[in-house]
Design a protein. Structure first.
Length: 163
């Protein structure tokens, strides 16, 4: 693990009550971390992200996220019935997030976070890996992504106040 990846791992692990436990979990691939102090997370439905990106191909989605969000970190969890993306955003975003149908996880929610260098599938991986300590997505950019995806899916917003 290089120095930058180590620093990002340390930063992410600081979201755990016992950071050394999180680092041990990262050794296995995924750590359960709490939202709220280090980052919040917005759960994005895959169809909305794919519509915004114009593709469901992982490489195309990754390129779209890198261009559209510029800085940030997005996890893709392709396991289970629902397929989700989780955009890490600044702490306290939860208090202001008001986009109906797209949840910002409540502070204290446990989120499975892949170790910073976990990029391949299957399972949770980084669709847009954090490139620096504290690199989270701008919540307004995430909202714009959602609105673009909804527009392409022709989902009519109802009384939305984004932030």
């Amino acid at each position: 693990m290089d120095q930058a990846t180590g620093a990002i791992t340390h930063w992410l692990a600081s979201a755990h009550d016992v950071p050394t436990q999180a680092r041990r979990e990262f050794d296995a691939g995924i750590a359960l971390l709490r939202t709220g102090d280090v980052f919040d997370a917005i759960r994005l439905p895959a169809p909305v992200v794919h519509a915004a990106a114009g593709s469901s191909a992982p490489e195309a989605v990754a390129a779209f996220l890198a261009e559209g969000l510029e800085v940030g970190a997005v996890i893709h969890d392709a396991y289970g019935v629902g397929v989700w993306y989780y955009a890490l955003v600044p702490p306290r975003t939860y208090a202001h997030w008001r986009l109906p149908g797209v949840e910002c996880l409540a502070p204290g929610t446990w989120l499975g976070v892949p170790r910073p260098d976990l990029l391949p599938r299957p399972g949770p991986y980084w669709a847009l890996p954090p490139r620096a300590v504290g690199a989270v997505c701008d919540a307004h950019a995430v909202a714009a992504l959602v609105l673009r995806g909804r527009d392409r899916l022709d989902i009519a917003p109802v009384g939305e106040r984004v932030l």
